[in-house]
Design a protein around this ligand. Structure first.
Ligand code: NAI
Length: 331
């Protein structure tokens, strides 16, 4: 039998946590034959609720779940973890300045970076979900210098999946027949959902999404806006932010990272920029990536037209600005 993998979920008493932990315990993240031990972290005001989640995990009697650690102690939570999904954070509340929220999250990610660096298993893979996801991941990277930078990522797979969902609805086709959309940049409304390289499997072979949609106006405006604004639309409808889709996409992100992407298919991940596509190095930026043997690689050589170039730069500018703001909170 396989050794259990230890998976940390921070903010586990929150909305996404509640949707995510049963998915992990059912094998959605790491596969149906991979036993797991869940490590759940939250803060003292949520300790009782966290314990309630632990009780439900016991009650659900998941065969793959070999243990549960539920704690408000970051060191205990991080000890020995192989995968860390960082969902905990401080949301922006009415009347708060961006800088105030940034400042709180920077201090959270700084201290959790140290706990992970000191106590996680070697080669622990980190996925930051909590917003501002790219910048929180960057702070985590800066304060966990012994964790290889390739192991620190942020979630833009939800945006990627939203783009697939929109194309699927528009063309009335299966989402599983569409591939290779791209989310570039920040997990924010400045992101660029790009369909220029996306294709659809049809009875007549693989066709470009652009050729099938036959409406560049829709693709260049409404489609992009819908994906960029989808989070806000969910909040408006649910009075709560996306949770089941965020949890499911977090599972997709880790699963593909660990188990690999199918031949000829890429996915979007927020990763440490090496300067590919003239994106400034040193930002956590969403790129198209393929994964193999537990490592991601940025897809190279895609043509970027003028329209796309502007959008890649715009979201990079926003990330540089966020980075500067985060650094100003550190000093
Ligand atoms: P939530 O407010 O329901 O849950 C957050 C949890 O984090 C709470 O239980 C809170 O007590 C906990 N927490 C706060 N500070 C913590 C700390 N220092 N250590 C550990 N836990 C801590 O929020 P929800 O809806 O679950 O969302 C979580 C985060 O994910 C938010 O930042 C949200 O903006 C972000 N998000 C990101 C998405 C993405 O695609 N990257 C999509 C949807 C949400």
């Amino acid at each position: 039998a396989k050794e259990p993998v230890r998976v940390l979920v921070t903010g586990a008493a929150g909305q996404i946590g509640y949707a995510l932990v049963p998915m992990i315990a059912r094998g959605v993240m790491l596969g149906p034959d991979q036993p797991v031990i869940l490590h759940m972290l939250d803060i003292p005001p949520a300790a009782e609720a966290l314990n309630g989640v632990k009780m439900e995990l016991v009650d659900a009697a998941f065969p793959l779940l070999k243990g549960v650690v539920a704690t408000t102690d970051a060191v205990e939570a991080c000890t020995g973890v192989n995968v860390a999904v960082m969902v905990g954070g401080f949301p922006r509340k009415e009347g708060m300045e961006r800088k105030d929220v940034m400042s709180i999250n920077v201090s959270i990610y700084k201290s959790q970076a140290s706990a992970l660096e000191k106590h996680a298993a070697a080669n622990c893979k980190v996925l930051v979900v909590a917003n501002p996801a790219n910048t929180n991941a960057l702070i985590l990277k800066e304060f966990a210098p012994s964790i290889p930078e390739k192991n620190i990522t942020c979630l833009t797979r939800l945006d990627h999946n939203r783009a697939l969902g929109q194309i699927s609805e528009r063309l009335s086709i299966q989402v599983s027949d569409i591939k290779n959309v791209i989310i570039w940049g920040n997990h924010s409304s400045s992101q660029y959902p790009d369909v220029n390289h996306a294709t659809v499997k049809t009875p007549a072979g693989e066709k470009p999404v652009r050729e099938l949609v036959k409406d560049d106006t829709w693709l260049n405006a409404e489609f992009i806006k819908t994906v960029q604004q989808r989070g806000a639309a969910i909040i408006k409808a649910r009075k709560l932010s996306s949770a089941l889709s965020a949890a499911s996409s977090a599972c997709d992100h880790i699963r593909d990272w660990v188990l690999g992407t199918p031949e000829g298919t890429w996915v979007s991940m927020g990763v440490y920029s090496d300067g590919s596509y003239n994106v400034p190095a040193g930002l956590i930026y969403s790129f198209p990536v393929t994964c193999q043997n537990g490592e991601w690689k940025i897809v190279q050589g895609l043509s970027i037209d003028e329209f796309s170039r502007k959008k890649l730069d715009l979201t990079a500018d926003e990330l540089s600005e966020e980075k500067a703001l985060a650094y100003s909170c550190l000093s």
